[in-house]
Design a protein around this ligand. Structure first.
Ligand code: TYD
Length: 212
């Protein structure tokens, strides 16, 4: 159970090429089978609402000022929380999001260098509930691996978007910020060694006992 709402909130994170997207679909089906009395909602950031998807298209393609980028990420997130995440959690649903706020700390903070104090402010602004609590995922799966391995995987499979075109140094900084967030909140994070094969990762995820 979420401490604020009857639902349960799960996020997936990791640098581009870590392999998280491969597992989200199967994982959500597994959760739906295990908890057949609950509805599972699968969503993503940036995105997850009609407005958020429009912002996603801009964010992933258009070069922009760093502050603008962070504000748009959090604007999309505010809409996502208000329209999708919070209503679902209030109804006891399981929400699985492909990325959430840790990605803003990792990419805009670690990668591009926005001050973490500004990101802390935005996080509080956007995620604070009316009674002063901070909405956070109950569990965050962090797919962790060295930047070079992720880069080699990406180059095989897709045309890079704006973030995926960044150099290795950028992704190492993104990775380090993810790891810093994980260390600061160990009870929320579950680290997945993403250098493993997809089969190994899948058995690990299947074996995990998640208590709603
Ligand atoms: P991603 O989740 O990797 O989707 P796909 O698998 O379709 O490429 O792409 C989203 C990109 O947006 C990714 O490069 C990380 C970036 N991003 C941020 O920079 N900040 C954020 O707050 C979020 C949510 C994503």
């Amino acid at each position: 159970m979420n401490t604020l709402f009857p639902g349960y909130f799960i996020s997936f994170e990791g640098i581009d090429g870590a392999g998280k997207s491969t597992h989200i679909d199967a994982f959500s089906k597994l959760m739906q089978e295990r908890y057949s009395d609950r509805e599972v909602v699968v969503t993503r950031e940036p995105g997850g609402t009609p407005l958020g998807e429009k912002l996603r298209a801009l964010l992933l393609e258009a070069p922009m000022n760093l502050e603008t980028e962070a504000l748009l990420m959090f604007a999309a997130r505010r809409e996502h929380i208000a329209q999708v995440i919070e209503p679902a959690l209030r109804l006891g649903k399981i929400v699985i999001s492909d990325r959430f706020t840790d990605a803003s700390f990792a990419y805009q903070g670690g990668g591009r260098g926005l001050s973490l104090a500004k990101l802390d402010d935005l996080e509080r602004w956007v995620q604070e509930t009316s009674d002063g609590h901070l909405l956070q995922p109950n569990i965050t799966f962090l797919f962790d691996l060295p930047g070079e391995i992720a880069q080699a995987r990406r180059s095989k499979v897709r045309v890079p978007d704006k973030f995926e075109q960044m150099d290795l140094g950028f992704f190492e900084k993104v990775r380090q910020e993810y790891l810093r967030r994980a260390k600061a909140d160990p009870s929320r994070f579950y680290l997945v060694d993403a250098t493993q094969t997809p089969e190994q990762i899948w058995s690990e995820l299947q074996a995990l006992k998640i208590k709603l």
